[in-house]
Design a protein around this ligand. Structure first.
Ligand code: NAD
Ligand code: AHE
Ligand code: ZN
Length: 375
């Protein structure tokens, strides 16, 4: 069948909105009509050419929501008409990683996903007979897409697609980083670097967890009211402190009883390796935990003096907020529907697929929190 899609033809080039061909689902696969998709910084990261796994031509997008329109042979967990969120981190519940209960990083289909193909090694997308790559196993920048059954989470039918698509990445990543990865406790002090679509969700996760002090760091003063809206208690513009940023943050967390200072938890939501180091080093001597969420380009490496770790700081990373998608995503949608978490104000822009490049421009200009394409 034909479907409209935004095609990433080459690194650094704007997406081309066009008609592509999509084959139906094979065994174990489902076809989903995507109703809405967010634009995440990771889409921009791959489109820019910085992603070592980036493949072109491809249909990007990994933050969608839609309806199952067809199922392949043997599919049993979802049926036609079900509302679903595609999962770039699937949950097969059978691989060693799923069975370990120690990670959400299901390994059942990760190898083929990274090669831009379905688990059987072939692509369902093409244009004029030429193969197109899938992206992160999702390709939500297409009106219709095909996914493995294990890579969709069934959600309630009254949840609005144009809001809960954000649960497909940003919301779950930010809140999950706090709850699943850092396991923040009430009363904690935290620093969040980068107050964008992920960082603001870290902030609302910290508020949910009962953190007392939530310091937000950004280069853009416009992000201050945004952070405050979701629970940030203090704002620092890193341009104002320059090289003294770490000392400044440590000082902010000192109390008469604790003259060492440092945050209990810090989060990098920028993808900048210098920021990752600052985040580690402003965490508390002896117990500070620093969580890397941002993704950095090919060739980028993190560094610190080993002394920082010897003295008890812990460097961690998280993908999809440590969430097990088929299990956790429906619950997060419930939290939103029950008013426990906010999504609507973070979706600052919606647009038709034909304007998708405007969504990327708004991100570059720091003018959006999340742009959502509505089909
Ligand atoms: P975004 O563009 O919406 O926000 C980034 C924010 O960081 C902006 O507010 C920007 O002003 C700020 N910033 C940039 N450089 C900074 C610096 N040096 N110091 C302080 N602030 C700085 O991006 P996003 O969608 O929130 O994504 C953030 C990062 O998280 C990206 O690297 C993205 O690829 C990554 N990500 C990771 C996961 C995961 O599972 N690990 C999931 C989603 C996104
Ligand atoms: N392809 C990149 C890695 C990108 C990356 O780390 N992606 C995160 C999700 S970002 C969502 O916005 C992730 O899930 N990582 C775990 C995984 O298995 O990819 C690179 O650097 O090669
Ligand atoms: Zn994402």
């Amino acid at each position: 069948m034909d479907t409209r899609a935004a095609l990433a033809v080459a690194a650094g080039k704007p997406l081309e909105v066009t008609t592509v061909q999509l084959e139906g689902p094979r065994a174990g696969e489902v076809m989903v009509e995507i109703k809405a998709t967010g634009i995440c910084h990771t889409d921009e990261f791959t489109l820019s050419g910085a992603d070592p796994e980036g493949l072109f031509p491809a249909i990007l997008g990994h933050e969608g929501a839609g309806v199952v329109v067809e199922v392949g042979a043997g599919v049993s967990s979802v049926k036609k008409g079900d509302h679903v969120i595609p999962l770039y981190t699937p949950e097969c519940r059978q691989c060693p990683s799923c069975l370990s209960r120690k990670t959400n990083l299901c390994t059942a289909i990760r190898a083929t996903q990274g090669q831009g193909v379905m688990p059987d090694g072939s692509s369902r997308f093409s244009i004029g007979g030429k193969k197109l790559h899938h992206y992160m196993g999702c390709s939500t920048f297409a009106n219709f897409t095909v996914l493995p059954e294990i890579a969709v989470a069934k959600i309630r039918e009254d949840a609005p697609f144009d809001k809960v698509c954000y649960v497909g990445c940003g919301v779950t990543t930010g809140i999950g980083a706090v709850i699943n990865t850092a396991k923040v406790e009430p009363g904690a002090k935290a620093v969040v670097f980068g107050l964008g679509g992920i960082g603001l969700n870290v902030i609302q996760g910290l508020r949910l967890a009962g953190a007392d002090m939530i310091i937000g760091v950004d280069l853009n003063n416009d992000k201050k009211p945004w952070g405050e809206r979701f629970g940030m208690t203090h704002f620092v513009n890193a341009k104002d402190t320059g090289a003294d940023l770490v000392a400044h943050l440590v000082n902010m967390t000192k109390t008469p009883a604790d003259q060492i200072g440092g945050a209990d938890y810090t989060f990098d939501c920028t993808g900048n390796v210098t920021v990752m180091r600052q985040a580690l080093e402003c965490s508390h001597r002896g117990w500070g935990v620093s969580v890397i969420i941002g993704v950095a380009g090919a060739g980028q490496e993190i560094a610190t003096r080993p002394f920082q770790l010897v003295t008890g700081r812990v460097w961690k990373g998280t993908a999809f907020g440590g969430a097990r998608g088929r299990t956790d995503v429906p619950k997060i949608v419930d939290w939103y529907m029950d008013g426990k978490i906010q999504i609507d104000p973070m979706i600052t822009h919606t647009m038709p697929l034909s304007d998708i490049n405007k969504g990327f421009e708004l991100m570059h200009q720091g003018k959006s929190i999340r742009s959502v394409v509505v089909f």
